[in-house]
Design a protein around this ligand. Structure first.
Ligand SMILES: Nc1ncnc2c1ncn2[C@@H]1O[C@H](COP(=O)(O)OP(=O)(O)OP(=O)(O)O)[C@@H](O)[C@H]1O
Ligand SMILES: [Mg+2]
Length: 352
């Protein structure tokens, strides 16, 4: 039966303006194109869909609309846990929603915190150090080149060819600049030279209890209930050297209309299986539900060994452009079906 769905997003054009805004402020917020496409997809799926801006106005707009379910893609505006704000409001109003909850969204927005959880579970993520000040003592175990990026941003904000730093003087300069610009701790990771792939997944774990890595279980049981999309590889050969072989902010914004990628990525079946297993493990230990996308680098200096860079529990859904959408297309899943698959995953999980 068709549902009354509220599509919740933070539109770039509704974003607050403030003094001293960096040029890339709100780069991770959504466009009318995305919201209209999601709304149309849900309607094609037999539902009634209404867009509402995801801010405090929800306290008034939601009780009027009385949705059965919210399709949430809000990135939030302010603070260290901004992606979790709208879900927190929804839980207080007791309105169910698609995709991950308050804790997972707060955790995964924070890359260092997420890396600590992954490391605790023995999942491979590059060695790192977090800098709150540019002059903090450098961990002697951390070897150059390093990769420097903000702890809590997305859409490649703060990521360019210059994020790769090869000595301490450049590291200090970059840290000074990034701390001033993004007003948050800056992450320095071992630079993983090599190919880049991202794996999208829709569904929910139905196998062994979540939150625990069932090391003794058979591989299939670990990812039971999840539908893996084919891995997408960024085709760095098609980009100028200035981008440094990384997936930069420029590639994700200015050049997004002409994204160069390979999907399905030309990988050995064994490696795809390994990436899927790692994706399921990340989904599990970070408590994701319904949908996620996990970003990897394959270490060219260590036989393409995969490293987890981050998990995106609210992956971009721009029609025809976002990684997850392209992966779905490569699997023969049109946009409308992808959106309804996310909704259906939530419905099954919620029991209606
Ligand atoms: N340790 C690393 N080694 C090599 N490249 C890296 C490393 N960390 C990040 N990168 C490059 O920077 C890009 C952006 O990093 P990351 O995925 O962490 O940030 P993001 O801005 O949150 O991305 P998204 O747009 O997926 O939200 C990666 O896709 C990768 O190309
Ligand atoms: Mg990423």
């Amino acid at each position: 039966m068709g549902l009354n769905v509220a599509v919740l997003a933070n539109l770039k054009r509704n974003a607050p303006k403030y003094e001293g805004m960096p040029a890339d402020a709100w780069a991770d917020l959504d466009s009318d194109t995305t919201v209209n496409a999601i709304t149309a997809a849900l309607e094609a799926g037999g539902h009634r869909a209404t867009f509402l801006e995801g801010n405090l106005s929800l306290v008034e707009t939601l009780p009027k609309l009385k949705p059965d379910l919210c399709f949430n893609i809000c990135e939030g505006h302010w603070g260290d846990s901004r992606e979790s704000h709208v879900p927190a409001i929804l839980e207080m109003l007791r309105v169910p929603y698609t995709a991950s909850g308050v804790m997972t969204l707060a955790l995964t927005l924070d890359k260092p915190m997420t890396k600590r959880v992954l490391a605790f579970h023995g999942l491979p993520t590059p060695a790192f150090q977090v800098f709150e000040r540019a002059d903090e003592l450098l961990d002697p175990d951390l070897k150059f080149p390093l990769f420097v990026k903000p702890s809590r941003e997305g859409t490649g904000m703060g990521v360019s060819g210059d994020s790769i730093v090869r000595d301490e003087a450049v590291l200090r300069a970059r840290l000074t600049e990034q701390i001033a610009r993004y007003q948050q701790p800056i992450l320095a990771e071992r630079f993983i030279r090599g190919r880049e792939v991202t794996v999208g997944v829709v569904g929910n774990l139905t196998g062994p209890v979540a939150w625990r890595m069932p090391a003794d279980e058979q591989a299939e049981r670990v990812f039971q209930g999840l539908r893996f999309l084919p891995p997408l590889e960024v085709d760095f050969a098609q980009y100028p050297e200035s981008e440094g072989g990384v997936y930069t902010n420029r590639m994700k914004t200015e050049w997004a209309d002409d994204f160069r990628y390979l999907c399905p990525a030309p990988l050995e079946p064994g490696l795809v299986q390994q990436l899927n297993w790692l994706t399921a493990a990340v989904f599990r230990v970070t408590g994701c539900v319904d949908v996620a996308r996990v970003d990897f680098r394959l270490d060219a200096d260590d036989g393409d060994r995969p490293y987890i860079l981050e998990v995106n529990p609210l992956p971009g859904l721009y029609p025809g452009l976002s990684d997850l959408v392209l992966e779905a297309e490569a699997a023969g899943i049109p946009y409308d079906s992808l959106i309804n698959a996310i909704l259906d995953a939530a419905r099954t999980r919620l029991g209606f």
